[in-house]
Write a new protein. Sequence first.
Lengths: 339, 372
Amino acid sequence: MVLGRSFEDMCAQMYYRGKMFGFVHLYNGQEAVSTGFVKCLKPEDYVCSTYRDHVHALSKGVPARAVMSELFGKATGICRGQGGSMHMFSKEHGLLGGFAFIGEGIPVATGAAFKTKYEREVLKNDKADAVTVAFFGDGTCNNGQFFECLNMAALWKLPIIFVVENNLWAIGMSHYRATSVPEIWKKGPAFGMPGIHVDGMDVLKVREVALEAVARARRGDGPTLVECETYRFRGHSLADPDELRKPAEKAHYAARDPIIALKKYLLESGLVDETDLRSIDKKIDEIVEDAVEFADASPLPPRSQLLENVFADPKGFGIGPDGKYRCEDPAFTAGTAQV
Amino acid sequence: MALNKMFGAIRGRAPSQKLARISSQMQSPSSLRSFCAAAKEMTVRDALNSAIDEEMSADSKVYLMGEEVGEYQGAYKISKGLLQKFGPDRVLDTPITEAGFTGIGVGSAFYGLKPIVEFMTFNFAMQAIDHIINSAAKTNYMSAGQISVPIVFRGPNGAAAGVAAQHSQCFAAWYGSCPGLKVLSPYSAEDARGLLKAAIRDPDPVVFLENEILYGEAFPVSAEVLDPSFVLPIGKAKIEREGTDVTVTAFSKMVGYALKAAEILEKEGINVEVINLRSIRPLDRATINQSVRKTNRLVTVEEGWPQHGIGAEICTSVVEESFDYLDAPVERITGADVPMPYAANLERMAVPQIEDIVRAVKRACSRSARGK
């Protein structure tokens, strides 16, 4: 959680210094949800996120250096600079993206869960038990794709957990102004799956619910819908002036900061002492500083990268006037071929 | 193999070695039909069905999903018998949720399954177009090659008969402009079999635009086509009919119309070369340009709307690469610039007919400095 918070704060600094650009959506305040769920997963499990994906990537194990480089648009980023803030993909860590359209990741996550079921039943692989966690927000819960996937996940008993990070606000649209029935967890039972509501600012409560939901999915008992009541301390994105949210509401949730709450709990129960906490903070600061230095020092992508990876099979660029496949032209990988 | 050598002897025209090698594998000039006395006939429907059947038998990661593909045997009976053969785990009847099930297909392809997503028509795919473009076409690029999406989106495209505006749109131009997609459109049974098998085996997202009216049409197929390992290359057009006076490009149903128009024009002394595009993206600019450099005139035919259509792209490609060879401006035949009307006489006016192709070819042939 501390890594997530420090990382996001550094992102804001870097953005205002012009090192990061475009749309950047920070996760400050919601760390308990990501840590609570993702730390219950195995490396083979899948996570599918939205544009607010930096911390989901970090929780799932993507190195801070790779995420920071990606944000700077450098060739050493997790997607070699081709995705950016909103499109973090990592095949190695089971991170399915990074999607800009809300609701877009939900069917993709449901597909990954479908793949697990297909592997067990058709390909007869008994060891296939990867679970998928789909993260999305309150605004998404009014989108058609969300309901379509609740239906199909319950119908086909897919090993997926739908995690709603209800931070009460779309950009400037309050959840209560947009939703006829604001209790999102109630929509689960309507489709035949349990709907759970949890305090998303308390990482231990989130973890308890997560362990149960993950175990349920892995057993083959089907999907769960979990609504986490949480809050984002910053605006929707770094371009959002955040003028519509009342200061009283912000203060209320700031008082429930998940990191401060966990620190307090750890100290009070004597599990750690001040020096341990300070050494964690120091270690995290070092990691984040190192990530920034690494990203700064990394090169921009080479020209030839522009045309790479459009297709897995590059013959998709077709045949050139000389009758040969365009991708076989030596100038193609130097980025100077005409396509 | 003996058949291939025969092809080479009959044509013998391709300039570069590689082109000859690629084209000798799948071009079968119409004169070949007289050699295949025992040629079978196969409908496009059976061609598609057999292609899916063979690919599903060969690779257990391939599965079919869509509305009515299972128990109903397919809305147009393309998937007939597949549920009985492969079971409900591999032939999935989905609820009416295009966005949802297309996204599920894409998500399952991220990690190695090979879905064939059937849309009842491509008009309905508009509800899922976000997933076709944003999660399928763009993902290999966004993830810098980590995650490829070996998925096929298929279904009928374009006008049928009397189904009115919301069921008759041609999507070739829209999908054809999107990098990251391969877009195919078969005409004959041979095209349907070879291209669909290539699409299913391809590691990238493929949009496969069929035509409802062609489903029932039968075409002769050689033994080579019926072989389970038969595939056609993606990105290569086919010269259906060789000619010397004018090049006509077409895809899907319009290929049949162009061939009929060519027969009519033959009697009037105009020798038409008909190119069956087969692949909208990547477009086989090499074959088209090579043909125009031979005939010096071009007529493009498509059923879709004119603005930003396939003909517009082909015209520009020829102007860019073969301008000096053109003896007349490029003629473009397209569907009318209106949503499809319902009334039968209006519908006839809204799509190209054989007479329109004949007229356009004559126009192309009469306008030139040398007055051919």
